[in-house]
Design a protein around this ligand. Structure first.
Ligand SMILES: NC(=O)c1ccc[n+]([C@@H]2O[C@H](COP(=O)([O-])OP(=O)(O)OC[C@H]3O[C@@H](n4cnc5c(N)ncnc54)[C@H](O)[C@@H]3O)[C@@H](O)[C@H]2O)c1
Length: 322
């Protein structure tokens, strides 16, 4: 069964393609390589193209006749979205609207969509469950919320079913180190901490006066392979006739920035210097997601999401890459 994977040359998309192939699906990566890597699209077929290029998308749909779409393609830097909001509104919302229109016009198939915990904004209760109010505090989070809404509306109008997976912080890498995280620039904490260990540089810690045990921010890290596995489950849910919904992918367990640094020191055997910086605006103290819905609806639970495992796999990848 062929699955069209937009953004499949990126970090989470490439790991998902590996897991899809392992489950007997045939991934077809569709990516413009604006932020991804051609070498990462190594599991299944590859088609170069932009999701907003309707003619190109149509020809790829006609060529492969996929049974479902997994839609990763987007820009995903919160800071960049604040500095250049229209870039995000155009790529994440406008181009997605074009992609979905082309899908509806040619070959309406179920959709699994990469949403984000950034759609919740500042939490009013923890852990954050799916019915928590969605009040994003940056254009990136808002762009994901609009697409979730778009997908719900499309179901009503055209009967196109979808699952929006709201990831918390994806981390780790393929344990076989065939692929891993390779963002340029990198903004995620774990690869930045590991790069500081590798290069003997300092890691910037933004604020140590939050209302947490050690004063640094707490985030919920989920292994990228667990996220990939959830996509396969969401796909099967939709193929079996499941209805449109949104589901958190979270570990329901948070780690502070300093816990990440201490664990990275243990894993790498290196000491890591910290450079204390002021708080960044818009960083909530704690983000932890509830995982009950993913467990009951998709039968999913994180298997590799202990912090040490995630950091070990990311370090193995970084050592192989450098
Ligand atoms: N990494 C995380 O922790 C995280 C958390 C929540 C949600 N997400 C979402 O998951 C998805 C994947 O994240 P990632 O970390 O793998 O990002 P990534 O940047 O590594 O991958 C995104 C891919 O999409 C491609 N792309 C972007 N715009 C495109 C377009 N117009 N046409 C075709 N291809 C295009 C890029 O070239 C890239 O390969 C994104 O939608 C992101 O917003 C990621």
């Amino acid at each position: 069964m062929k699955i069209l994977v937009t953004g499949g040359a990126g970090y989470i998309g490439s790991h998902t393609c590996k897991v899809l192939a392992r489950h007997g699906f045939e991934p077809v990566v569709y990516d413009n390589l604006s932020r991804g890597n051609r070498w990462a699209a190594r599991f299944g077929m590859f088609e170069l193209g932009d999701i907003g290029d309707a003619a190109r998308v149509r020809s790829v749909l006609e060529k492969y006749r996929p049974s479902a779409l997994i839609h990763f393609a987007a820009y995903a830097y919160v800071g960049e979205s604040v500095a250049s909001p229209l870039l995000y509104y155009r790529n994440n919302i406008g181009e997605t609207a074009s992609l979905l229109q082309t899908l509806i016009d040619s070959e309406p198939t179920p959709v699994v969509f990469s949403s984000s915990c950034a759609t919740y904004g500042v939490p009013s209760q923890l852990p954050i469950s799916e019915d928590h109010p969605q009040q994003p505090i940056n254009p990136y989070g808002y762009s994901k919320l609009v697409v979730e809404r778009m997908l719900r509306d499309i179901d009503v109008a055209h009967g196109l079913r979808s699952v929006s997976l709201r990831y918390f912080n994806a981390a780790g890498a393929d344990p076989e180190a065939e692929i891993g995280e390779a963002h340029e620039p990198e903004t995620h904490l774990i690869p930045l901490v590991l790069a500081a260990a590798r290069d003997a540089t300092a890691i910037k810690v933004f604020g140590n006066d939050y209302d947490t045990a050690d004063g640094t921010c707490i985030r919920d890290y989920v292994h990228v392979l667990d996220i990939a596995d959830a996509h396969v489950r969401a796909l099967k849910y939709l193929i079996d006739g499941g209805t449109t919904c949104a589901v958190n992918l979270a570990n329901e367990r948070g780690y502070s920035v300093l816990e990440v640094v201490a664990t990275a020191e243990r894993v790498t055997g290196k000491s890591i210097r910290i450079e204390l910086m002021p708080r960044r605006p818009g960083d909530p103290a704690v983000l932890i997601g509830a995982l009950e819905k993913a467990r009951t609806l998709l039968g999913w639970k994180p298997e590799r999401s202990g912090l040490e495992v995630q950091i070990r796999d990311a370090w193995k990848w970084m050592m192989r890459e450098s």
